[in-house]
Design a protein around this ligand. Sequence first.
Ligand code: PFF
Length: 460
Amino acid sequence: MERENFGSKIGAILAAAGSAVGLGNIWRFPIETGQNGGAAFIIIYVLCILVLGLPIMISEFLIGRYTHANTAGAYRIVSNGSLWKWVGRLGVFTGWFILCYYSVVGAWTMHYTLLSAINAFYDAPAQEYENIFNTFVANPWVPTLWLFFFIGIIHYVIIRGVKSGIERSAKVMMPMLFLITVVLTVCSVMLPGASRGIEFLLKPDWSKVDSTVILQAMGQAFFSLSLAMGCLCTYASYFDKKTPLAKTAVNVSVIDTVIAIMAGFIIFPSVFNIGMNPNEVGVGASLTFISLPNVFTHAFGNGTFLAVIFSTLFYFLLFVAALTSAISLHEVATAYVTEEFHLLRKKGATWVTLTILVLGTLCSLSFGPLSGVTLLGRNIFSMFDDFSGLVLLPVGGMLISIFAGWVLDRKLYRDEISNGGDLKTPYFKLLVFSLRYIAPIAIGLVFLDQMGLFNIFKNS
Ligand code: PFF
């Protein structure tokens, strides 16, 4: 069967940006920025994207587009059957693995969109928000039903195919996501006291920047750009020969970073408006599902129309961001199963969906009936989260950069990024230098840091 391509350049960019812009932009980046030196952190983050993120993203694009194959097939082709083919398989596994727990959070955003829309937070005292969240996630049914719903939507998009499913949905959802972000930002910066929130987010404080902060910025850049999970490689396998790879990578990175910074403009003005200590809002789930419902309810007036609309739009924004990222993760596995096992797309996608439903349900139940199942002090959800973030991603990223920098044929690399000589590539040497030296060393340091090695030195 003929392989599909994206129908347009803008479709390709929006789909890849949809993969990049996700929960990481909203629930991690703003708080990391605020606490780690504001604009100083943003500068370091952008540097990480330039020297580390872009070279790896371009390499992933290149391998995907050159081979026009799923990630495992792609690495098999470019590695000429050597052991490097395992890098592709690792990417597929990582994407699939992440999807299992990422979908659980996607499901929570749907529930919170509904809670916001029906004004469920009206009059809730500050300490009640934690209860609401804990009761919800511990319930054996409700989060699981949302999970099935969330995965059902992904499945629907995926079986419609690359052009009519992924590309078309990205063309609707990404402009919508951007529009909602702008509306929420405008509402938030108009709140009394907003300037202190903006100051918290942006005021450069270089004294906060130490090696840990730099490593954190690198880790965040990596996750946020969806590197090393097969997504970019898979999507690029649907790019046509004329798509400018470096330019597309720059566009995706810019969109991703702009949305992440705007998310900070949405969150902190409201936090300061209600006089909350920004260092106590938490990060990730506790920020998003415990602190923020409280913040929004009170910043925009308890139970007022504005509060309801703002909060509903915010969770809907999270939902759309999570959905487009989850679709990209599903596609990695679907393309793999379909092409490697010669299945029809619908059948391949169904197999992937079934496995995600089972493992995702286990992750979801790990906050309730399965909370007793732990390994190294982590519940099932955290095991998935930590194993992918702490092990699979850094290992995958390092292998990709080493492969692209040292093993991949130089001429092939140059031909592909220049689209057969049509485009100028003055950055080529820098790119190779980063792939060969900077990226592997930097990722190695992040890896060791995340494994806690540097803490040993600090504490001794
Ligand atoms: N980049 C997404 C985020 O920032 O939330 C998360 C993600 C999506 C990671 C897709 C990996 C991926 F393949």
